[in-house]
Design a protein. Structure first.
Length: 350
């Protein structure tokens, strides 16, 4: 008759003991050699490999938007970033076509593969932006498009029978092209970044930087940084999203030195000292796109692709999309926005 309570006491004691080791902080100072040889190998270090395999199977989505006046080399720069014809030039756009009267939005999808890693890349172009005499509110269609992608994702997410993997069309990164005037930002630039920095990760770039001397370039970069600061415009990487000291140190360096990246794009190859390089030919020599002494393209590419691509996606999901979602559900009294009428009207909008 007494076996029951004793057992339950033991169980209680056991359950108290089990979580204990988890709460203890790991102290890396102790020499681990003795324990390892006594206890043997567990295999925690294979978790990274498991994650890698899983992610490799599903592949990656990355959606990049380019905004700026025509003639600033947006298509060329995106082609240079991904070393292939990924921008609208390759989709049968010709020079005879008139400049669109309003901002159009064109999304072109590609699958890029490198070293067994597949990336579904979508380049979203905004022809017609900033090309009119009156550019008032020309940022509105762009903001509408970005929010529509959040809405699409939200609708999929609140479905009762939702897909295992929701197709991600949300804009992860917006490259905003600043004209290399050497003076200051135009009201349009400030207006656009002020409105859009709240809904998307904006990375400002100074286009066609080879039109300025080195001194002009340095001065212009400082002036742009100052103007963005004075106007309270937060570009990516935003200060408040730095997760730890290491992130802060790395991102501060980017914010204070690199931004906005002064870049030159080119999809033409030339021979320089027996090596093939991407470059632009001028009467006084070849500007090598990937040479840091010539321009900051390599810094931009490393930043967007090699160091911050995953973070751009996470900030989009955890901050921008989350903000949109919370507002949308709040306005709706906490209910998912799912009425047949809005569904149909939304389809017609798209």
């Amino acid at each position: 008759p007494h076996a029951g309570p004793v057992e339950s006491k033991n169980e209680a004691a056991m359950s108290e003991l089990v979580p204990e080791p988890r709460q203890k902080p790991v102290v890396p100072m102790k020499p681990m050699g003795i324990n390892a040889s006594l206890l043997g190998y567990i295999g925690i270090d294979t978790i990274i490999e498991q994650m890698r395999k899983k992610t490799m199977k599903t592949g990656f989505d990355f959606n990049i938007m380019v905004v700026g006046q025509s003639g600033l080399g947006k298509s060329t720069l995106v082609n240079t970033l991904f070393k292939s014809q990924v921008s609208r030039k390759s989709s049968g756009w010709n020079r005879e076509e008139k400049i669109p009267k309003t901002v159009e939005i064109k999304a072109i999808g590609h699958v890029i593969e490198e070293g067994g890693v597949k990336m579904k890349l979508t380049v979203i172009d905004t022809p017609g932006f900033g090309d009119q005499i009156n550019n008032e509110n020309c940022w509105e269609p762009i903001e509408k498009y970005i929010n529509e992608q959040y809405e699409k994702f939200l609708k999929e997410e609140v479905n009762i029978a939702r897909k295992k993997r929701i197709p991600d069309t949300r804009v992860h990164c917006c490259l905003y092209f600043i004209s290399p005037t050497g003076h200051s930002l135009r009201p349009l630039d400030l207006e656009f970044m002020k409105h859009l920095s709240k809904v998307v990760n904006i990375i400002p770039v100074i286009a066609k930087a080879d039109t300025m001397t080195l001194e002009e370039k340095t001065e212009f970069k400082q002036r742009v940084r100052k103007e963005l600061e004075v106007n309270g415009i937060e570009f990516y990487p935003q200060k408040e999203f730095d997760e730890d000291l290491e992130d802060k140190t790395e991102n501060d360096k980017i914010r204070q030195e690199s931004m906005p990246f002064a870049v030159v794009g080119s999809d033409k190859e030339y021979q320089v000292n027996g090596k093939r390089v991407l470059g632009r030919k001028t009467p006084w020599g070849i500007i090598e796109v990937e040479n840091l002494n010539h321009c900051e393209f390599a810094l931009l590419r490393d930043f967007v692709i090699r160091t911050h691509l995953q973070d751009l996606k996470e900030v989009t999901h955890n901050i921008h999309y989350e903000t949109y979602r919370a507002k949308r559900l709040n306005d709706n009294g906490g209910l998912p926005p799912m009425t047949v009428e809005t569904e149909e009207s939304h389809e017609s909008n798209l």
